[in-house]
Design a protein around this ligand. Structure first.
Ligand SMILES: [Zn+2]
Length: 485
């Protein structure tokens, strides 16, 4: 008889397809058996009354990352990964950010050193802000060889945005290697024009941050990004969709066959632009880009989530403390454009989605698994993660679905001085989290150790059922154009 290192027994196993009663046998860090009953095991974890599901894969987090303005996030790979684990994640894919003038090799070396502290497994999406010939021809292919199969670009921020031509160059390189390009889609000139209008009227409070980045600016940029990707026949992932209009464009273009993926984030469903009106410096805590929207947007985004418009719900954890090291590096009494953008939430993504989504009946438990882990594994080529099946890494979260609590800052276990979700009542909590069979969280307490996480390389994006869109200009029968892309 096989001797298992660990057996998780008596739980309800939840996958992206089904929920069933069963046991999981783990050996050497991998799931080797899933069956009705499994005897033995050096360690037996009783999951009676609990849900056993793939550990979350956090696909959008800013950890130990400098902004283009040079502000460092409050969370490094130790605090960030601990917070992620408390939130039911067994792996994450933060960003490794290239700033202008840096080589990709240097960026990956830097983040490699930073990530060694992680308690959960990690990989990176590469942010590209300086697509020189050397980057495009030499450095990105080399990064791809190392299993970095996703690149992120910005359509906004002066120091980050590449312009349409730069995006087409990245998309073309990504396509050649099977990489997916992620995009922050907001129209930079629309935002800058709004900033000038507001500044001229002396409107500088945090609430005007939301006004300065209109829904139209996102919708226009999402549409443009998709058309650029269609021209290059490349896979595209729209990050943090925050508008009903943007989601509708994604849905339409997916239906038309575009090689398209998208996510939204809890903050766009849990909070509104009214939160930026909180007094004093409080409003700044709710500044992120794209900004929080109105109540009716939340209903639309929930509908899109239930209908499958989004592959993932991600946190966009961007931990800038509400002090002079984070939000207020330029001072406390400054206009909104000088306040750092972003909010924390890596420990809240899954508990919030479970409580508001599954417990309240807006999405199924199977959808929850897909949105939290399985789809991210497919999109980002995590071939051994995000699923409960023989041969997969034993990346597993065990949830108590019944426990109710009030969200507090202490609960986040990050290095922040606030949580935007403070005071919310939520139901359901991850009690155990395993990464490759080793416990990181046990009975709701941290047992993982610094450096326990390992880097994982990734495979090309899974483009099955996304044929792409035939363009008449590239029709082979017309005998022109095909060799162009
Ligand atoms: Zn982000």
């Amino acid at each position: 008889m096989t001797q298992f290192d660990t057996v998780i027994h008596s739980g309800q196993i939840a996958t992206a397809d089904q929920v069933f009663a069963g046991d999981i046998g783990i050996k050497d860090g991998r799931i080797i058996a899933v069956a009705e009953k499994i005897a033995g095991g050096e360690r037996r974890i009783d999951a009676g009354g609990r849900i056993v599901m793939p550990g979350g894969i956090e696909g959008h987090a800013h950890i130990a990352q400098e902004s283009s303005a040079g502000v460092m996030t409050a969370d490094d790979y130790l605090s960030g990964s601990i917070s992620a684990a408390y939130g039911g994640n067994s792996s994450f894919i933060p960003f490794a950010a290239q700033h202008r003038g840096q080589s990709i090799d240097h960026v990956l070396e830097t983040y490699g050193a930073r990530a060694r502290r992680s308690v959960i497994d990690y990989s990176w999406h590469l942010i590209i802000s300086d697509p020189t010939e050397a980057v495009l021809q030499d450095q990105l292919p080399r990064a791809f060889q190392q299993g970095i199969t996703s690149f992120k670009v910005f359509m906004t921020y002066d120091l980050m945005n590449l312009g349409d031509g730069g995006m087409l160059d990245i998309l073309t390189v990504a396509r050649a290697h099977g990489a997916i390009t992620m995009v922050h889609a907001e129209n930079n000139d629309m935002v800058k024009w709004m900033n000038r209008q507001l500044a001229a009227r002396g409107l500088t409070a945090p609430r005007y941050h939301a006004i300065s980045r209109p829904e139209l600016a996102e919708e226009e940029a999402i549409n443009r990004a998709i058309q650029l990707a269609k021209l290059a026949d490349a896979a595209l992932f729209i990050v943090h969709v925050s508008t009903a209009g943007g989601a509708a464009i994604v849905r339409r273009e997916k239906f038309n066959g575009a090689k398209l993926f998208a996510e939204t984030c809890p903050q766009y469903l849990a909070l509104t632009r009214d939160d930026l009106d909180r007094p004093g410096t409080e409003g700044a805590k709710f500044m992120c880009s794209p900004p929080l929207r109105g109540r009716e947007t939340q209903d639309a985004l929930w509908h899109h989530m239930a209908m499958g418009t989004f592959e993932s719900v991600s946190s966009d954890h961007a931990p800038y403390r509400a002090d002079e090291t984070g939000k207020f590096t330029a001072g406390f009494d400054v206009a909104y454009p000088k306040i750092a953008n972003g909010m924390p939430g890596i420990a809240m993504r899954l508990p919030w989605l479970f409580s508001e989504g599954v417990v309240k009946g807006r999405i199924t438990l199977e959808q929850f698994v897909a949105l939290s882990a399985t789809n991210a594994a497919k999109t980002f080529g995590c071939t051994t993660k995000g699923r409960i099946a023989p041969g997969m890494d034993a990346d597993i979260a065990i949830w108590n679905p019944d426990v109710t609590r009030t969200v507090t800052l202490a609960d986040q276990h990050d290095n922040m001085d606030y949580t935007p979700f403070e005071g919310l009542q939520i139901t359901g909590r991850p009690e155990h989290v395993l990464t490759r069979g080793a416990s990181v969280i046990a009975d709701g307490k941290l047992v993982g150790t610094e450096g326990q996480g390992q880097f994982f390389g990734r495979a090309p994006v899974d483009l099955r059922a996304r044929p792409g869109v035939a363009l008449p200009e590239f029709d082979p029968a017309q005998n022109f154009g095909t060799e162009l892309r």
